[in-house]
Design a protein around this ligand. Structure first.
Ligand SMILES: Cc1cc2nc3c(=O)[nH]c(=O)nc-3n(C[C@H](O)[C@H](O)[C@H](O)COP(=O)(O)OP(=O)(O)OC[C@H]3O[C@@H](n4cnc5c(N)ncnc54)[C@H](O)[C@@H]3O)c2cc1C
Length: 458
């Protein structure tokens, strides 16, 4: 056996699994295989000047490499069972929260000290929201910010690098199951291990599907969330973001009874491109450092689509909509809310004349040509509802970028140990379809690490 444990993927799930294995049993021989680059080598060529849009790098530095999809994220660690995944369905609500708090402690220890923990507990906004038919979800959120999040990752890597064998730029091609061991095959060779933790995240979703097919591991299709990223002057939402930083607000539309929710709020942040399997969608982040902050706040408004039989490909549906926006806009489309309501496209002149400066260079256009009517109607309804708790949301100049799509991996069938039908083959993090966030993915890593060591002792 080459290793006691092989971890596939060095995102938060894989990193916290490695970290916790070392805490529980320092002598373990561990290898981490990562398709992307080491942290210091991760760099997206888009500079907004010479290279304005995605050039389709072989390994996308935004999604892959040490730190995973979370490396350049806003570093918002939400400590809650209300959103961010359904880990609690497998391990219980208390355990899930305890592990998220533990992850928070580690983040503080490795560079996050001094960052703020926001909480919805006892906030007056809950009442204000409910009076306006909006529902504020309960959570505590540690906001590391993109800059501190990066420092935490650097420090975690410094701790791990001499204790764990890292293989960067090394995608795992296949996993073979043999009696009591697993063989992991990469382009450069094969490696065996007693336990294998698969933590391949969103970018590894297609590969995960292939592995589940090859090893006959049951899966079920998940949902897709489709919507837009809203950008407005930071003072419109300042009363909410100053106190809560991120507010997850849910609205049920009058027209269809669909739920629309806010997602990934970035006070004084920037809107950014995201590349998923070559499709350009939109996302956002913000910095802790005031020098890097902008005058705008951005957040997503998303509508979840679940499909029933016979249609299973919810991600394919989301991809098609994102492709349509890429076809019309050559990437992400931006439209003023006022133009959308008047049924006209935004033009470069109309964007230029607006009282807000976009933080992402996107193509002015018409989102109604891209988004399905039902989804667009829901988003418009929610913007008017939010205008009641944050007046100014429904202003003419509010910018809508499309499309934002949250893809979810199909859900892999795992036990309460997060173990597949093969003993010792664990599937964790976003790649399992069970988690969709930094804190849940990290918590799942800690959970399986403890499980592996505990069951070895038993
Ligand atoms: C721009 C952006 C901002 C975000 N902001 C937030 C936020 O503020 N808060 C939050 O909670 N969540 C946020 N998220 C989501 C969050 O990053 C993910 O939920 C989290 O990173 C999932 O962790 P993970 O370890 O499961 O997977 P990932 O972080 O996706 O890591 C998986 C790793 O596996 C590697 N991999 C894939 N396939 C293979 C293979 N075959 N062989 C070897 N390696 C492989 C990938 O290269 C990747 O590095 C954001 C995501 C993005 C893209």
């Amino acid at each position: 056996m080459n290793y006691d444990v092989i971890i596939i993927g060095a995102g938060p799930g894989g990193i916290f699994a490695a970290y916790e294995l070392l805490q529980q049993k320092p002598g373990l021989k561990i290898a981490v295989f990562e398709a992307g680059h080491a942290l210091g080598k991760r760099s997206c060529p888009i500079d907004g000047d010479r290279i304005k849009s995605c050039v389709g790098c072989k390994s996308c530095s935004i999604m892959s490499g040490f730190g995973g999809a979370g490396a350049f994220s806003d570093g918002k660690y939400n400590i809650t069972n209300d959103f961010g995944g359904t880990l609690y369905e497998h391990i219980g609500k208390k355990k899930a929260l305890d592990l998220m708090r533990y992850v928070d402690e580690i983040n503080l220890k490795y560079g996050g000290e001094g960052t703020k923990l926001y909480t919805t507990a006892g906030t007056r906004f809950k009442t204000l929201c409910v009076q306006n038919d909006l529902h504020l979800l309960d959570a505590s959120v540690r906001h590391l910010g993109t800059d501190i999040n990066y420092i935490v990752l650097e420090n975690l890597y410094a701790y791990l690098e001499n204790k764990v064998e890292f293989f960067f730029d090394t995608p795992v091609r296949s996993i073979r199951v043999a009696e009591g061991c697993y063989t992991v095959r990469c382009d450069g060779g094969e490696y065996t291990c007693g336990k294998c933790i698969v933590s391949v995240g969103r970018s590894g979703s297609k590969w995960m599907e292939q592995i589940c097919r090859e090893l006959d591991i049951p899966t079920k299709s998940n949902r897709v969330d489709i919507g837009v990223r809203v950008e407005l002057p930071a003072n419109v939402f300042a009363h909410l973001t100053d106190e809560l930083y991120e507010s997850k607000i849910v609205y049920r539309t009058e027209k269809y009874g669909d739920k629309v929710r806010t997602f990934c709020m970035n006070p004084k942040g920037a809107v950014v491109n995201e590349n998923t399997n070559g499709i350009i969608t939109v996302n956002g982040h913000s910095y802790k450092d005031p020098a890097l902050q902008t005058e705008n706040t951005n957040f997503a408004l998303l509508v979840s689509k679940h499909f029933s039989e016979p249609f299973k490909d919810s991600n394919g549906y989301g991809e098609s909509i994102a492709r349509l926006s890429n076809m019309l806009g050559g990437g992400v489309i931006v439209q003023r809310f006022g133009d959308l309501i008047r049924g006209r496209r935004s033009t470069a002149d109309r964007i230029e004349e607006a009282f807000i400066t976009p933080t992402l260079q996107a193509t002015p256009g018409d989102l109604s040509l891209v988004l399905p009517k039902r989804i667009l109607d829901g988003i418009i309804e929610m913007i008017y509802a939010l205008d009641k708790v944050a007046p100014g949301t429904a202003n003419e100049d509010t910018l809508l970028y499309g499309v934002e799509v949250k893809f979810y991996n199909m859900e892999v069938s795992v036990s309460e140990h997060l173990e597949s039908r093969y003993s010792g083959l664990y599937i964790i993090g976003d790649g399992s379809g069970i988690t969709h966030s930094l804190s849940h993915a990290s918590a799942s890593g800690v959970y399986v690490a403890r499980d592996i060591v505990k069951r070895q002792k038993d």
